[in-house]
Design a protein around this ligand. Structure first.
Ligand code: IVH
Length: 687
């Protein structure tokens, strides 16, 4: 029965009638979903589908207690979470050994033949360029989804994956019975056509488009808010059974057949091969056809078909010996350099950029490529008007690989780096191969760079504030310095191109939401030379507050493991620079409060203010655990011994830190004494 204008209003139905209609609608919609997303052969019009879907929704609203949690309407996402949980995989998700060389494939085949003492059958399939995922079905119902993570455990993303239309929430059981437990591995992708549509929509809404489908897919998969994931056109292709109970298979292809029967989408063109030459042929054919596919692949995967033989070959900790990836060469195309332009970055570096006649390199139009610096230009002898080969490997920025010699063509003069900043006209400084604009606070290009960096994912992570928006803000004179981001109002944004009421409000709200950023993000966002994500995190952990970081001298900074004299000098110079100091104070004056790391849970402050150094090998405790103990009691572990060190814990074969502790008369503890002190401080030390 299909609903139409005459379907009885839900309120007139009895519970039994409603329940029966809901079950049959769900069944019918699942069937259409399967045809649309898995078979790619829709059976009904979008309008007819929408009618079914809305009818089911109406019934579920009228009879919420009868609604099935796995109903096809339950793909819109749920309330956001604050963190994704860490979840162990049912079996390790290994990586693949990979190569671009045909000879590596021949050697692989030889090794397999030797180990098996016989002729192998391989399964060949495309190597999908997306995000790897484990899906677990218990009793045929999707019970969890976990990202690959480190291969042993990943992030639980079940709610996000439930929004992916091609992922069955329930396995089909009409062709073969479902197993009691099934863990499968697949790849989450965004198809190229969907990717383009999505980016167009994002641009229309004034947002920042994604650089490539893989990053967009991986990002969407790890969203904290599954309602956002639901708006991204993710797809799944399943290719491997990680673990199964209640069914068994002899070969990979049997497993693939089962995945298909259970309603899971699998890659196209999976086939058998018996020799290295057949593998090379398959690889060549796929390489030629890859531009016609609607998703990105970066090679082919070769797997032994016979599962018992796989056991014989085994695995290293990194990859199985029964499979390998045979990757494609990065795509290269030839085009001409129309002009060489100069780009001024956040730090004032002037970078020559080749403006190219637009050329499609593997489905992406490339119209510019970095030429890095003057030396690189000279080395490759690249000039305006030259014909060049450009390449794009994965998500790497396009590169000019080489110049193509043209015998009869007159070339332009060698490119000269400018002597003044093309943006603010300040005379440049030249240091080795680098050319810099020294006008840090007066140069619009550097200001734009600072804004983009401050708002970037590892810094304050301000949604909707990317390159394009930063350009608009600076050009309109709305943000003369980072701090004034916090003064922006929706009314000021409205006149800017691409902004409407909603997007203006969203951007202001996104900025205001970051008034209490984590200290490590704030420190990274300042763009201090040498301070990357890791150093910023370590500084935050060590000092605990922005005030403490600002007050630290070089010696204090060097107590942080990984901070050496060069880095500490740069940090102090940056923070002591009156203009940078003023810029930071201006942000704080807007009420922005960077938040130090939370003290460890269940901790005490028995060791507050103390600094600890470890040297030599501990026997009972892992270094990480020892550090955690100190930190749980409010102490800090630092990398080097100084007058400010409170204790040095000495294990077997201590290094020079021990000698230094003795010479500075710093108390030295053995591991046993350390454990004793931790217990006195009220901490539980594992036996
Ligand atoms: S099989 C142990 N098959 O490529 C072998 N992997 O490092 C299990 N990938 O992230 C992997 N397409 O997720 C296999 N058809 C395919 C694949 C595939 C893409 C991914 C895999 C992993 C990476 C290899």
């Amino acid at each position: 029965m299909s609903p139409n204008g005459d379907s009885p209003s839900p309120q007139t139905l009895s519970e039994d009638q409603a329940s029966a209609e809901m079950a049959s609608l769900a069944e019918e919609i699942r069937g259409h979903d399967h045809h649309y997303y898995v078979e790619a052969r829709p059976r009904i019009s979008d309008a007819a589908y929408d009618r079914l879907y809305r009818r089911l929704q109406a019934l579920e609203e009228a009879f919420p207690h009868l609604a099935d949690p796995d109903s096809p309407t339950q793909r819109v996402g749920v309330d956001p979470v604050s963190q994704l949980p860490t979840v162990a995989h049912a079996a390790p998700m290994l990586s693949l050994d990979s190569s671009q060389e045909p000879d590596a494939v021949r050697r692989f085949d030889e090794r397999v033949r030797k180990a098996l003492e016989g002729d192998p059958t391989y399964v060949l399939e495309p190597k999908l360029d997306g995000a790897s995922l484990e899906l677990v079905y218990e009793g045929g119902v999707l019970s969890r989804a976990v990202t690959r993570g480190n291969g042993r455990e990943g992030e639980g993303v079940t709610e996000n994956v439930r929004t992916i239309q091609s992922v069955p929430l329930r396995l089909r059981d009409d062709v073969r019975p479902v197993p009691s437990f099934l863990s499968i591995r697949g790849e989450v992708l965004i198809f190229l056509s969907d990717f383009e549509r999505m980016n167009e929509r994002i641009l229309e809404e004034g947002g920042e488009p994604f650089a490539n489908p893989r990053n967009a897919a991986a990002g969407a998969l790890r969203q904290l808010d599954s309602r956002i994931t639901a708006t991204r056109p993710l797809r799944l292709l399943a290719y491997d059974i990680l673990a199964v109970e209640g069914a068994s298979f002899d070969s990979d292809l049997d497993g693939v057949d089962a995945l298909r029967d259970w309603g899971l989408p699998v890659p196209e063109r999976i086939q058998r091969a018996e020799s290295a030459e057949e593998i090379l042929e398959y690889h060549g054919a796929y390489d030629r056809d890859r531009d016609d596919l609607d998703y990105e692949i970066d090679g082919v995967v070769i797997k032994l078909d016979d599962l018992a033989a796989r056991e014989d070959l085994g695995a290293t900790s990194h990859h199985p010996r029964w499979a390998m990836a045979f990757k494609f060469e990065p795509r290269k195309e030839v085009t001409r350099i129309d002009r060489i332009a100069i780009q001024v970055g956040r730090t004032g570096a002037l970078t020559p950029v080749a403006l190219l006649r637009p050329v499609e390199v593997g489905g992406v139009t490339v119209s510019r490529a970095s030429l890095h610096n003057r030396d690189e230009l000279v080395r490759k002898d690249i000039r305006e008007g030259d014909l060049v080969r450009v390449q794009r490997a994965g998500d790497v920025i396009p590169q000019v690989v080489e110049r193509i010699l043209e015998e009869d063509r007159e070339r332009s003069a060698p490119f000269e780096m400018p002597t003044r900043c093309p943006v603010c006209d300040t005379p440049v400084e030249v240091k080795g191969p680098l050319t810099r604009c020294p006008n840090v606070f007066g140069c619009r290009a550097q200001l734009k760079g600072r804004i983009v960096h401050f708002a970037s994912r590892n810094a304050l992570d301000i949604e909707g504030l990317g390159e394009e928006t930063a350009v608009l803000l600076v050009e309109a004179g709305l943000v003369p310095e980072i701090a004034t981001l916090f003064d922006l109002t929706p009314d000021e944004l409205l006149p800017l191109p691409g902004f409407a009421e909603k997007s203006a409000e969203n951007l202001v709200a996104a900025i205001q939401a970051k008034r209490e950023p984590e200290l490590r993000r704030f420190l990274f966002g300042l763009g201090i030379p040498e301070v990357g994500v890791t150093v910023a995190r370590d500084l935050a952990q060590h000092f605990g507050s922005l005030e403490a970081v600002l007050a630290a001298d070089q010696e204090a900074l060097e107590e942080v493991a990984g901070v050496g004299p060069i880095m500490s000098e740069q940090i102090v110079a940056f923070l002591a620079d009156p203009q940078h100091a003023e810029a930071i104070q201006a942000v704080l004056a807007r009420g922005v409060r960077p938040m130090g790391p939370e003290p460890a849970e269940g901790g005490s402050d028995a060791l507050a203010g103390t600094k600890w150094v470890f040297t030599g090998a501990l026997e009972r405790l892992a270094r990480g655990d020892a550090k955690a103990l100190v930190e749980a009691a409010g102490g800090r572990v630092v990398g080097s011994v100084s007058k400010a060190t409170s204790f040095v814990v000495v294990g077997a074969d201590p290094g020079s830190k021990y000698d230094k502790a003795v010479s500075l008369s710093i108390p030295v503890l053995t591991e046993a004494e350390f454990v004793e002190r931790m217990r006195e401080a009220g901490l539980e030390v594992p036996e």
